[in-house]
Design a protein around this ligand. Sequence first.
Ligand code: SAM
Length: 235
Amino acid sequence: MQHADTRSIASGDTQYTKDWFQAHVRNWERWLDGFRDRPGLRFLEIGSFEGRSTVWLLQNVLTQPDSRIDCIDLFRPDPLQGDYHQRFRANVAPWKQRVTEYAGPSAEQLGRVTGPYDMIYVDGWHTAFGALADGVMSWPLLKVGGLMIFDDYLWMPPAYYEASKPNKLVREFWRALGKRWQDRAIARIAAQTPKLGIDGLLRTLEGQYELVERGYQLAIRKTRAFEDVTLELDT
Ligand SMILES: C[S@@+](CC[C@H](N)C(=O)[O-])C[C@H]1O[C@@H](n2cnc3c(N)ncnc32)[C@H](O)[C@@H]1O
């Protein structure tokens, strides 16, 4: 399927039909500052789509010739998104020696990749179970000191979001109380959103991470390896 807003790469141009990433760049610049230009970095991305986040990482953080990224995605033609795999390949072509594709469901592909990773970006399967499964399976692959970023922590299905969004006055009321209207709306359809899965994962990892930031995206830094976690109660 050819999309109207897909630009040609004949002139070395990029091919994107969606921008789900640019809004996060300012946060990523802060969160990933300590990794920028370091040699030998290994990143894992679950959900690469057309490669927008992949390319940003390659251009801005994974800049050294021995830094690499592993990309997991279904990578199969989609009735709505067309052949985004072909667009991914075109977009990452300048760095293709440093990008490894893992095509298929993350639940399968996470058994094939080998860590340890400095950073893991979870942006694939947008249900509570999906986010939980991706987080659980990839956490052991993250180095101590490594960063895990979840996209769409406050995501809701678009039609539901539009129907649930209160007017400005009500939104400001919630903000004045230090609360988010989104939390209540998400709670009503929790299993269909990543938030429940991410919150569940964080509960299981208490004492093993530090929260970097919780907003539309959520970022945590791993502070302890499983080997260093001692249980206080005998089993
Ligand atoms: C929101 S897009 C990723 C956007 C991308 N990170 C960017 O910045 O443009 C989500 C991607 O996750 C993939 N995906 C969804 N469920 C998946 C699963 N179970 N396993 C692997 N990939 C999955 C989709 O094919 C899609 O390409």
